[in-house]
Ligand binder design. Structure first.
Ligand SMILES: [Zn+2]
Length: 167
């Protein structure tokens, strides 16, 4: 689980796998005692539905899953709440201004890059802007549920299914 994690981010010292105060084994710095915690990386995803009941999808420009379709989404920055991240990603990837309608669910899944991701799904309302793909999206368009292409993340498929079931 900790392969490739060798050096302290604080002082550059060598890390060794040792037990922490709770007796959990983690990489701990031999020099300054800094502890490397590996946690699921948090992300937010937006389910945006227009007046025709179509779902907003973006085509991803970068890995993971470059060239595949997904909901607008992104990692939560250190100074953001999950809700703020959802609103920011919606703007960056689709140029639409959004507000939170309601929290759909969370989903813990595998990531080829970060091992585990915890994703928060939000149903979003559109409150402004004109649709235009941006940032790490190469296309953005509304698609009916019946005509959805393959959605590349299990978390996004889960949010769509929960929304579909409850609407
Ligand atoms: Zn250190």
């Amino acid at each position: 689980m900790y392969s490739g994690i060798n050096y302290c981010l604080k002082c550059g010292g060598k890390l060794s796998i040792k037990n922490d105060r709770e007796n959990k084994s983690r990489p701990i710095c031999n020099d300054c005692g800094w502890i490397y915690y590996k946690n699921p990386i948090p992300a937010s995803a937006c389910l945006v539905v227009n007046s025709k009941n179509e779902i907003l999808l973006i085509k991803r420009k970068f890995e993971p899953s470059s060239g595949k379709w997904a909901l607008p989404s992104g990692y939560i920055e250190i100074n953001q709440t999950p809700e703020q991240a959802a609103i920011a990603e919606m703007k960056e990837e689709t140029n639409l201004d959004g507000e939170i309608d309601y929290f759909i669910d969370y989903f813990t899944g595998d990531s080829p890059i970060y091992q585990k991701i915890i994703s928060f799904g939000y149903k979003m309302n559109i409150i402004g802007g004109t649709l235009e793909a941006g940032d790490d999206a190469s296309e953005a368009k509304f698609v009916s549920y019946e005509n959805l292409p393959e959605i590349c993340f299990a978390s996004h498929r889960h949010f769509i299914e929960i929304w579909k079931k409850n609407k």
